[in-house]
Write a protein that binds this ligand. Structure first.
Ligand SMILES: Nc1ncnc2c1ncn2[C@@H]1O[C@H](COP(=O)(O)OP(=O)(O)O)[C@@H](O)[C@H]1O
Ligand SMILES: [Mg+2]
Ligand SMILES: [Zn+2]
Length: 510
């Protein structure tokens, strides 16, 4: 009896754990059995491994081979276990150095001809391998660039199963024909975010509100008729956000990798934008899938912007699903015996027409909706959701004359980003040590507490609005948060009456 061992990584969300793969060669009728994989994946892995080995000129031993993936309790999804299974099975023949194989982590799918096929999730898998103390990871050639983004661990990119075996000391003749390695698919851009803020004509209030949203990490609601420029404005928000720090860049890149979107030549350093359509399914928003659990739009927007255009048209269940990530900054997907965790701290931008027909408030106002219809339409955005949105903005259509004219005063993305970055620096100096990196995250009681309370003459209009019943306590806190962002943008040490006044104005949308 010979037992050979090697390792692979099981992913659950952006986290992963090492899996041990052991192959046992026993006397008995020729058979190839894999245990420890979910039923659906089993047959396929077996067929791929058998064909890949045969087409590499490496037949599996002509005896009873049993491969076990342990711990059995750990669910394993996806096709990235193929290479490890093949290596363990072939190692029982005495072809390989058993101890070298045992220490190595193998990630990759096998194609039937024996080449290694790139897989999703290599970045988080290599990170998990390093965290577990592994020193060498073999990945498909097409994934090597992504794997090499992880420092402090040796990466080998292999094009074929024979190359993997040669690495472990197998004496194999070089292939007669050169083999074309399988490349990873080219990275796919979800949505371009490189348009400039200066493209926005007019709308000085909206342009200012975008900068406030970016500076304070505030969620934003835009109400306005079709064609008013809501989508244009939302697409400019990611550009105003500062570059991602390394932790955030690793998270965003890991999510992209798991989503199968691929990475360019390095970690993603710019905040993403996701704009799912209102007909999108729950799984495409939240994440899921039958094999490897894939992140949804909500997670792909982490550290960036989630834009829901025509927000009232989204299914109620979908809007409700935003509440957990808005509260905790992550999303958990429950599967049998496991929980997949994905980051989901995004900035939410909702856009809505003012009424079902979209014409309310336009100049030619031929809206036929009744007041009840209008109220019902917006009421689809539930109270708890609207409660988290600090900025409510009304966007009107810009006249044709303005659209075609020159706009000398337009703010560019570069200018705005610099302003935002400086404002965030001020916020961090003030509250970073408490763990609040943006004003939107500071709890209301802190803002109203002795240490940070504004002098009563500066908050007078706010107090009056509260007494009149025009603001709830939550609304009061939101105005304070926005006032702090306005002060940070102005380089003021604390909000003054004028900031409070502008903050109140920025919420008057609905
Ligand atoms: N203020 C504006 N400045 C420049 N272009 C605008 C402006 N408002 C609208 N547009 C243009 O008009 C079209 C419709 O705008 P869009 O952002 O899709 O509106 P909405 O999302 O509110 O329906 C787009 O091509 C957009 O670029
Ligand atoms: Mg639009
Ligand atoms: Zn209408």
């Amino acid at each position: 009896m010979v037992v050979a061992r090697t390792r692979a990584v099981a992913l659950h969300g952006v986290e992963g754990s090492l899996v041990e793969i052991e192959a046992d060669l026993a006397n008995g009728l020729p058979a190839f059995t894999i245990i420890g994989l979910p039923d659906a994946a089993l047959g396929e892995a077996k067929d791929r491994v058998r064909s890949a080995a045969a087409n590499s000129g490496l037949d599996l031993p002509n005896r009873k081979v049993t491969v076990n993936l342990s711990p059995a309790s750990l669910p394993k999804h996806g096709s990235a276990f193929d290479v490890a299974i093949a290596v363990a099975a072939l190692a029982t023949t005495g072809l390989l150095a058993l101890d070298a194989v045992a220490e190595t982590v193998h990630i990759g799918e096998l194609s039937l001809d024996g080449r290694l096929r790139p897989v999703a999730g290599v970045l988080p898998a290599v990170l998990a391998a390093r965290r577990s103390g592994a020193r060498l990871v073999v990945v498909p050639w097409g994934n090597r660039g992504e794997a090499e983004l992880v420092p402090g661990i040796r990466i080998v990119g292999a094009a074929t199963l024979r190359e993997v075996l040669a690495l472990h000391g197998a004496a194999l003749d070089p292939p007669t024909d050169p083999v074309e390695p399988i490349a990873a698919p080219a990275p796919r851009e979800s949505i371009a975010t490189d348009g400039d803020l200066a493209d926005v004509v007019g709308h000085p209030e909206a342009v200012e509100a975008l900068q406030v949203a970016a500076a304070g990490g505030h969620h934003l609601l835009m109400l306005g008729p079709p064609g008013a420029g809501k989508t244009l404005l939302a697409s400019r928000l990611p550009g105003l956000l500062p570059d991602l720090d390394t932790d955030a860049a690793v998270e965003v890149s890991s999510v992209r990798s798991l989503a199968g979107l691929g990475l360019g030549d390095g970690l993603v350093r710019r905040p993403p934008l996701e704009a799912p359509h209102h007909s999108a399914t729950m799984a495409s928003l939240v994440g899921g899938g039958s094999g490897l659990v894939r992140p949804g739009a909500i997670s792909r927007a982490a550290h960036g912007v989630l834009f829901l255009d025509e927000a009232p048209e989204f299914a109620g269940a979908v809007l409700d699903a935003l509440r957990q990530p808005l509260e905790t900054g992550e999303i958990t997907i429950h599967r049998a015996r496991t929980v997949a965790r994905f980051p989901a701290r995004f900035q939410l931008v909702l856009a809505a027409n003012p009424c079902p027909c979209g014409q309310a408030g336009t100049i030619d106002a031929d809206c036929t909706c009744t007041p009840i219809m209008r109220r019902r339409y917006l009421a689809r955005l539930s109270g708890p959701l609207l409660d988290r949105i600090d900025l409510h903005l009304t966007v009107r259509r810009v006249g044709a004359a303005q659209l075609t004219g020159q706009d000398a005063g337009a703010v560019t993305t570069a200018e705005a980003r610099l302003r935002v970055t400086n404002a965030r620096e001020r916020t961090r100096e003030r509250w970073g040590s408490e763990g609040w990196t943006t004003n939107a995250r500071v709890p209301g009681p802190v803002l109203r507490g002795a240490a940070w309370r504004l002098p009563s003459h500066d908050r007078a209009p706010l107090d009056r609005a509260l007494e009149r019943g025009a603001l709830t306590m939550r609304g009061y806190d939101r105005v304070l948060r926005v006032a702090w962002s306005l002060a940070d943008l102005d380089g003021a040490s604390r909000p003054e009456a004028e900031h409070v006044g502008r903050a109140l104005y920025l919420r008057r949308g609905i």
